[in-house]
Design a protein around this ligand. Sequence first.
Ligand code: 4AZ
Length: 249
Amino acid sequence: IIGGYMSLRGEWPWQASVWLRSQSKGNHPLCGGSLINPCWIVTAAHCFKRFGRDPARYVVRLGDYHTKEQDDFERIISPERIVIHRKYHNQGWEYDIALLRLKGTEGNCVAFNPHISAVCLPEPGNKWEKRPPACVITGWGITESEYSYTLLKAWVPILPAWKCKKRYGNRFTSRMLCAGSLSVHHRVDSCHGDSGGPLVCQGEGGRWVLTGVISWGHGCGNPSFPGVYTRITRFLQWIDKVTNKPYKS
Ligand code: 4AZ
């Protein structure tokens, strides 16, 4: 996160991180994610580009704050299944969304606690773009200097689609949002290591709603190229279908 601030412990209780398992080098963090119910994490499809789709290669952390310290409410859980959107291609930017199913019996994968709970999904037909709210991105990714050990947050405005198109051309589609500051004096952005993590916006009654998945961009904190996010409202049916379908392994 560029231009961010330290979060408070438990401030973003849906924040997950996806780690690569490694016996020799120790596990290390790859991506963010968002808990949407006790068994499912939303993340980015491109997180599995490098090391593949075998769930046994990854672990998920929930309730984490400082990656080098053991936090009281932190849980480390193995994913049981990785579902990547079938229209996602390793060469592309589109459909950058994946679902991780956590191990556990139906509906009982992770117990919620003061630092672990699910984020709301938007109502179908919700159009933030009409009245773009200020939203928040969170993650342990690259900052102005290095990866962060503590969970960082930053406020980012969602930009109108025409501004994103103007910067990115046809690479920017209706299944994406772009967000960030276009000012050189106030650089805020997501960056490498944050991807898969949440862009949340405060809806009615102050509820935080998962609005985007941190996906891509041309560099980080460049005012000419705001960060690009997978637009959750376009994937509500897909999420519903995948998470409610009975599964046979
Ligand atoms: C990345 O490499 C990445 N500034 C994530 C977000 C952005 C750029 C790159 C947006 O995962």
